[in-house]
Design a binder for this molecule. Structure first.
Ligand code: IVH
Length: 668
């Protein structure tokens, strides 16, 4: 054999070993990049020396010339279906029939996940894949060999030895969820049609006349049975182990179980595992383990008496969308919720489903009155998967998000580039109020000792408080009247409330619970403005001048104080005697106040550090150079920003100049 031939065969053997490790053992043996490198090398050699090509080379997985149509294939033995069970009783009845048929008092079964994909029959002659056929009507299917040859989990050539000369393997081709979601994410980006669900995706992929298309789809395979001219193992389980040894992926969840109780335990275990399998299953299958027993039991019409599928309740159903309501979450986020005609799905009756956000509604084009597919998987919140467009009757109106909060009437805002709409009435909105009161009382905020989460819940539930301002109108009898509260603790709480009436401005601002305003930002706001009124009046631009405050936070602060409801609560707090302490504004130490800086190139200190030094001296640091830029700090290898600054006549400073400046202001 020439060395070239040896190399080609060596590469093929190595790639097949990696395939086996990856698809059958589920233990990748090399990084993807190394696998690709081997495959490319083999491809290169086969292209240079076409005489070395072989139909079962791992390079032959890319698809072939399109077909005009699929040939018919008559199955040597019919591809049967399974009897279904939907309850424990039906499983027990099945087991009783098996016991009776076998005249025994116990039976061993093999329990397997029931994959939700497409059944396939694979014929191997002399260890090579010669034909792949779909189930069709059970007697006659379609020849999809070229498509199946592109699926890497299916061996083109059997491993080891000992396999029968003629072998037919049956199993399920499916699309793993990861591949399905990745495919759809890409489709969405490219604006092309998405795959409807993993099962349809697998079926559609196999039905392509152009196998080069199938080759692109992320398909996988598990085998669940075999027939052969020569004898195979007498136990179904052992048979699966033989198939695994010859190179077929066998589902790692396959178990031997005993009697109906073993089957039912398996069902419950898989029900729990289902969400984490990484592929869809629609139930489990029980098969009498021993072949001899299977033969004794035989068949009824098209299904074996020795096997049973116990199905999970359907996870998807069709129903009608009656209305879209908007729910306000504890953070003020508005979520559109579909109100549905009640439908039994995923084992429960569903009347509501989430629509996530307005972008999803637009993307799926969901309108009130539409027929929709609802999905409820495990404990996951039911969701509207898609609209059945063909069933839409007449024109339906597009849904719009409300401009005001449905719970409190405050303005609704949407951040630039964000999918979420939010209610700005943080202090008054019933949906957010309990959360905002808990935050107000917390240690880093107003630090009201004794006012813990449970007590806030109680006060809100009994209607004694609606907003934080109501805390200061509580009297001793009201508090003492609550469950688990005595005179003494009521007195303590009122004393604490009294004490909290003169907070530092920073703490007070933090306590208001403005979105993205943490303690540090609240403190910066307090020091910059010195008084609450100034913060309230500040424009977005003025807010952006505050250290650490960017456009997003400035927007939140601004919106918060534009909301009348929030201002009313502030007035009520003031009326109740809350007096925040004014702070001497920090102007003296801000020699660079009013200046706008831009940083570019490589600096010897981290950029974030240079930025915070500048901000500590009052400068604003932005990302791009414009006519408004005062100084450009240019490090090593500065490029386009430097050129732009030069062309605009912006002052340019190098790092030495910057160090001197920082030193002169005592910043470093
Ligand atoms: S055994 C004679 N085992 O379910 C038994 N079928 O109605 C034939 N299926 O279309 C099937 N997972 O493709 C068997 N572990 C499994 C299965 C399975 C999925 C599919 C099969 C067939 C249908 C049976």
């Amino acid at each position: 054999m020439s060395t070239l031939q040896e190399r080609v065969q060596g590469l093929r053997a190595e790639i097949e070993r990696h395939n086996y490790a990856y698809y059958v053992l589920d233990q990748p043996s090399v990084p993807d990049a190394e696998y690709d490198r081997l495959l490319r090398e083999l491809e290169g050699l086969e292209n240079e020396h076409p005489e070395l090509r072989s139909p079962d080379s791992p390079t032959q997985r890319v698809g072939a010339e399109p077909l005009d149509g699929f040939d018919e294939v008559r199955h040597r033995t019919p591809m049967l279906s399974l009897a279904n069970a939907f309850s424990k009783d039906e499983v027990e009845a099945f087991h009783q029939r098996v016991l009776k048929g076998l005249e025994t008092d116990h039976v061993d079964y093999v329990a397997e996940p029931k994959l939700d994909g497409v059944a396939i029959s694979l014929r191997f002659e002399d260890g090579r894949l010669v034909q792949a056929a779909t189930r069709g009507d059970g007697t006659t299917g379609e020849d999809v060999t070229s498509n199946v040859r592109t699926i890497r989990a299916i061996p083109l050539k059997l491993r080891r030895s000992g396999w029968p000369q003629s072998l037919e393997v049956r199993g399920e081709i499916y699309m793993p969820l990861k591949g399905f979601h990745a495919w759809n994410a890409r489709a969405r980006k490219q604006g092309v049609k998405e795959l409807v669900n993993p099962r349809n995706a697998a079926a559609g992929s196999l039905r392509q006349l152009d196998s080069r298309i199938t080759a692109q789809r992320p398909l996988a395979f598990y085998c669940y049975g075999a027939e052969a001219g020569d004898p195979l193992a007498e136990s179904h389980y052992e048979r699966l182990m033989q198939l695994r040894d010859w190179g077929f992926p066998v589902n790692p969840e396959v178990r031997r179980v005993r009697n109906a109780s073993g089957c039912l335990d398996y069902y419950r275990a898989m029900e729990k595992k289902r969400e984490n399998l990484g592929y869809d299953i629609d139930g489990v299958v029980f098969k009498v383990e021993m072949r001899e027993q299977q033969q004794t039991l035989g068949f009824v019409s098209r299904a074996p008496r020795w096997a049973l599928a116990q199905k999970f309740p359907a996870q998807e159903e069709i129903t009608r969308l009656r209305a879209i309501d908007v729910r306000v979450g504890r953070t003020g986020a508005l979520t559109p919720v579909a109100r549905l005609e009640p439908v039994f799905v995923g084992g429960v009756t569903v009347t509501n489903a989430t629509l996530h956000n307005i972008d999803e509604i637009r993307r799926k084009d969901v309108r009130i009155g539409d027929w929709v597919i609802v999905r409820r998987a495990g404990d996951v919140i039911p969701e509207v998967v898609r609209v059945i467009a063909e069933r839409r009757e007449g024109e339906l109106e597009e849904f719009r998000m409300p401009s005001h909060c449905p719970d409190c009437g405050s303005m609704v805002e949407r951040e630039e580039g964000e999918a979420v709409f939010r209610c700005t009435g943080g202090l008054v909105c019933p949906a957010q109020r309990v959360r905002s009161i808990k935050h107000f009382a917390s240690r880093k905020a107003m630090d009201i000792e004794g006012l813990g989460d449970k007590l806030v819940d109680q006060l809100a539930d009994t209607g004694l408080i609606h907003t934080v301002a109501d805390l200061y109108t509580l009297d001793k009898d009201q508090v003492a009247g609550l469950e688990r509260m005595g005179e003494k603790s009521a007195e303590n709480l009122l004393r604490e409330l009294e004490r909290s009436k003169s907070p530092e401005l920073g703490r007070f601002l933090y306590a208001l619970g403005i979105r993205e305003v943490g303690e540090v930002t609240a403190e910066s706001l307090a020091r910059h403005f010195g008084a609450l009124d100034k913060v309230i009046e500040a424009s977005v631009e003025a807010l952006e001048d505050v250290m650490d405050v960017g456009p997003v936070v400035a927007g939140h602060v601004h919106a918060f104080f534009r909301e009348d409801h929030n201002l009313e609560v502030l007035r009520a707090l003031e009326d109740a005697g809350v007096r925040w302490q004014h702070v001497e504004p920090d102007t003296g130490a801000q020699p660079l106040a009013g200046q706008t800086w831009v940083l570019t190139g490589t600096l010897s200190m981290p950029r974030a550090r240079a930025k915070s030094l500048l901000e500590s001296l009052g400068a604003r640091v932005t990302g791009s150079v414009s006519a408004k830029t005062d100084v450009l700090l240019a490090g090593e290898a500065a490029g386009s920003k430097l050129r732009k600054a030069e062309s605009l006549g912006v002052r340019i400073m190098d790092e030495d100049g910057f160090s001197d400046l920082m030193e002169s202001h005592g910043a470093v």
